[in-house]
Design a binder for this molecule. Structure first.
Ligand SMILES: Nc1ncnc2c1ncn2[C@@H]1O[C@H](COP(=O)(O)OP(=O)(O)OP(=O)(O)O)[C@@H](O)[C@H]1O
Ligand SMILES: [Mg+2]
Length: 267
């Protein structure tokens, strides 16, 4: 009897320890399933998925909802149950995943999460980027309300201020959102979860690389530029090198800013 009890105590301790270890492991390795969502277009969902979230989650894939079963989509134009099934299956096979819910699919996506009871629990986070434009703030509030009504716990819903002007007052630029938060809550508003307006997002587009990849590119472009000048390299090559010098400098700073924002969103 005593022995059995001590065994079960021992087992309980082991289970508790392994759960704790898994949690620590999860935090350290950033095992996370994240949906990036907003009824509005142009708030930076794809940018956030691609440059902020996926590169900081071990082996994470970005699943763009638009891309699922595009053949069927062409026929219906709507996100259907079958595609949602496929998404859920894909998510169960992956440790880290970022789902970029295109604006045209958000409504369907939310009603499917309603239909498939509990499916929102597959997501550790709903990251909701927003920008100062009034229409986008109004849509952001609608998105936050929908997620709350779906039963998503407030701590899983993370607002992210995007394209913020460094000189602006955040409270003033996002008055509607702050007011809504104070009146109704239901999500996490962190005044430091901010991505500033940054030309890097435009400049990086032709490269098909994340900001982290550009930062970690070991090439010494400054030295290469000097060598290219010395050797009279073609203009196009020298222009490319100059572009990379500028991009890497922007990437260094932007990557560390994004590191800090990432921590705020996942912890
Ligand atoms: N912090 C930023 N600074 C400067 N430009 C940005 C920033 N964030 C996003 N952008 C730019 O804003 C535009 C819209 O961003 P993005 O495509 O990520 O939005 P989206 O929400 O995915 O839009 P859609 O709903 O159409 O898919 C892009 O050109 C992107 O480069
Ligand atoms: Mg997009």
């Amino acid at each position: 009897m005593t022995r059995r009890r001590s065994n079960s105590n021992h087992n309980a301790t082991r289970v508790r320890d392994s759960v704790a270890a898994a949690l620590i492991d999860q935090q350290e390795r950033h095992t996370m399933k994240i949906a990036v969502i907003n009824f509005s277009g142009n708030v930076g969902k794809s940018t956030v998925a691609r440059h902020l979230l996926a590169p900081r989650l071990d082996g994470a894939e970005v699943i763009a909802i638009e891309s699922i079963n595009s053949d069927d989509r062409e026929k219906s134009g709507a996100l259907r149950g079958a595609q949602f099934d496929e998404l859920q299956e894909q998510m169960m096979m992956l440790n880290n995943v970022v789902v970029d819910v295109g604006a045209s699919n958000v409504e369907d996506f939310i009603s499917l999460m309603q239909r498939y009871d509990g499916s929102h629990e597959d997501f550790d986070r709903f990251v909701v980027p927003t920008v100062p434009v009034t229409k986008q703030q109004v849509d952001t509030i609608a998105t936050l309300d929908e997620l709350r009504d779906l039963g998503v716990p407030p701590e899983r819903i993370r607002l992210l201020f995007n394209t913020v002007d460094t000189k602006s007052d955040l409270r003033k630029a996002f008055t509607r959102i702050f007011d809504h938060y104070e009146r109704k809550g239901g999500f996490v508003l962190n005044s430091e979860a901010v991505i500033y307006e940054n030309p890097i997002f435009e400049k990086i587009k032709p490269f098909d690389k994340s900001i982290i990849e550009i930062r970690d590119d070991p090439t010494d472009y400054v030295a290469w530029n000097a060598k290219a000048m010395e050797e009279g390299a073609p203009d196009s090559q020298r222009a490319y090198i100059r572009q990379m010098v500028a991009l890497k400098r922007l990437a260094n700073r932007a990557a560390s800013e994004l590191d800090a924002v990432f921590k705020m969103l996942v912890h």
